[in-house]
Write a protein that binds this ligand. Structure first.
Ligand code: HEM
Length: 545
């Protein structure tokens, strides 16, 4: 049996292919456990709040529950028939694969670990998500990035001085790092310092976009690459205080190397940690390639940090309020700064560009919503080139609602993952403490019974009062379904930065262009992050005023 689950670089579990057996128990559960929220029942809010404390009292449910071993687990043959190289779903999106797996195996299943990989339980029931996430305790565990951990802890411990970083670390070590980084990367006051710089990159990007259009005003097939470059350049500004030069026409050898190495690392992670691989038992060529790729990346990033340190020493800032993220981290220590920058380049590029793609696509498909957004933007940016400032960006409710709704329909990750923080019972089965549970949130985000009119792009569902009147409200949705940036103490450390980047890019794009989409439905391919499989040939017609 092969559990072909993995973890995205942002910590999310990806399901690619795996082995299944359909049992009677599972079929019964399909009927009994796949409960939908009755229409009209209101939940507290569409976004979950962490519990104040975790109840560790013994659970009487446990005694009567079915043993863990009984959770339906697919057989290799059954699985390959559907999802293998000759199966119907061989090129399926993660969404399609998740839907099909639930159809075949029910709302809970177990991917049994193989070749040193741990088991993963996959559930599609929001009450399970809540149970698991509320059990996480002070040090939430999210395992699964084995090759990443190996590189830092075993292959190059001398580079990392014991730091595993937020993506890879667990327990007290994770907590120590998070305590250092939280007040720096999650603080609105610091994020605001970057509006100018992020906008500068976005404006440069707009010049490039302008020149990329063909005679039909459509963007080229490789526009996704350009979006990635925009995200990488912006990340350089945010965490390395550096203009990497990724958007330059003439690329330095170092920059093209950085782009290619980052791409290779993502693809190798996918091969080793998501697809079935024996590397934990027997080192494979892909494993050695990943180690070499990470070494090269390490040296490039380390040299960027050294340059930044020299710059800072030459021009020390008197006012500590204006210190950048990197400067603040360096004040704590160099290793923390280094590892956070490296993690941000891994976790903050494809995710942000994928999120922006989804929102732009939804707006392109819904011209009247786009026009409504443009009306809001005209207030803030009377002219297309009006610079964005923290002051101007204070009041953009419709933009933020559009981003939320875009992330609902096209989230960069397919769901969240967490190790059970205590023994739990999910859908009548025992889940021992420590087992990794993956949550099929994307499927529910697009499903009637959870979201009303789920296939429609309705930003108004995220607005309250008059702005949301007459529209379905996201407040009615179970609060553990929509968690695009995760949950609680272990949620995405880059969420504020990512939101800032997306807000600025989308503002600029929509203020300047009427965006249209003339092709079929946007699809994502199975990868670490939901990456568009279509050519992103948006049509961009300059707006008159
Ligand atoms: C739209 C963009 C993004 C999305 C949708 C996203 C989503 C996520 C999700 C779902 C998680 C797992 C959270 C959990 O387990 O509760 C996560 C973790 C993480 N993300 Fe993001 N992310 C985005 C952008 C970024 C950016 C820009 C950065 C870096 C600046 C970043 C850095 C990280 C890191 C380091 C973690 C691990 C946090 C920890 O375990 O403590 N992400 N992200």
């Amino acid at each position: 049996m092969g559990g072909f689950f993995g973890r995205t670089k942002s910590g999310h579990i990806s399901v690619s292919v795996c082995t299944f057996a359909v049992g009677n128990v599972m079929l019964k559960l399909t009927v009994n456990s796949l409960r939908f929220r009755p229409v009209g029942v209101r939940w507290r809010s569409a976004t979950a709040q962490p519990a104040a404390s975790v109840n560790s009292a013994p659970d009487p449910e446990w005694e009567n529950a079915l043993p863990y071993e009984k959770i339906p687990a697919p057989t290799l043959l059954g699985f390959l028939k559907e999802f293998g190289p000759f199966g119907k779903y061989k090129d399926g999106t993660l969404y399609d694969i998740n839907i099909r797996m639930r159809e075949l195996y029910g709302p809970i299943m177990k991917m049994e670990g193989a070749f040193g990989r741990e088991d993963v339980v996959l559930t599609f029931v929001p009450e399970d998500f809540e149970k698991v996430l509320r059990s996480e305790g002070t040090w939430p565990r999210r395992t699964g990035m084995d090759s990443f951990v190996y590189y830092r802890k075993k292959h190059r411990p001398e580079y990392f001085k014991g730091y595993g970083g937020l993506l890879a670390e667990q327990g007290e070590d994770w907590h120590k790092m998070r305590t250092i980084v939280n007040p720096i990367m999650m603080q609105p006051k610091i994020i605001k310092l970057y509006v100018d710089k992020v906008d500068e990159v976005a404006r440069e990007f707009m010049h490039i976009v302008n020149g990329l259009r063909d005679e039909k005003q459509e963007l080229p097939e490789d526009f996704n690459e350009w979006l990635n470059r925009w995200a990488l350049e912006t990340m350089g500004v945010l965490v390395l205080d550096t203009r990497l030069g990724v958007l330059d026409k003439e690329q330095s050898v170092e920059v093209s190397k950085l782009i290619n190495l980052t791409k290779d690392a993502v693809s190798l992670f996918y091969q080793l940690d998501v697809l079935p691989s024996i590397w934990r038992k027997l080192k494979t060529p892909a494993f050695y390639r990943l180690m070499r790729t990470l070494d090269e990346l390490y040296h490039i990033i380390a040299s960027k940090i050294d340059e930044a340190v020299i710059r800072m020493e030459k021009n020390p800032k008197a006012d500590s309020d204006t210190l950048s993220i990197l400067e603040k981290l360096l004040k704590v220590d160099r290793e923390a700064a280094f590892i956070m920058s490296m993690d941000s380049l891994f976790a903050g590029v494809d995710t942000t560009s994928s999120g922006s793609t989804g929102v732009l696509y939804c707006l392109a498909q819904n011209p009247e919503k786009q026009e409504k957004l443009r009306a809001e933007l005209r207030q803030i940016m009377p002219d297309k080139s009006t610079p964005l400032t923290p002051e101007r960006m204070k009041n953009m409710p419709y933009l933020r609602a559009c981003i939320k709704e875009g992330l609902r329909m096209y989230p960069p990750t397919t769901g969240n993952g967490r190790c059970a923080g205590k023994n739990l019972v999910l859908q009548g089965y025992r889940i021992p403490k420590g087992v990794l549970v993956a949550m099929g949130q994307l499927v529910l985000q697009r499903e009637e019974g959870h979201f009303t009119r789920p296939s429609e792009f309705i930003p108004e569902r995220w607005l309250s009062g008059e702005a949301g009147a007459g529209c379905p409200s996201a407040k009615e949705v179970h609060p553990f379904i929509y968690l695009p940036f995760g949950f609680g103490a272990r949620s995405c450390i880059g969420r504020r930065l990512a939101m800032l980047e997306m807000e600025i890019l989308i503002s600029r794009m929509v203020r300047q262009y009427d965006i249209r989409w003339n092709y079929g439905e946007l699809k994502y391919r199975a990868s670490l992050v939901n990456i568009p499989s279509n050519d992103l040939k948006f049509q961009l017609n300059e707006v008159a005023d």
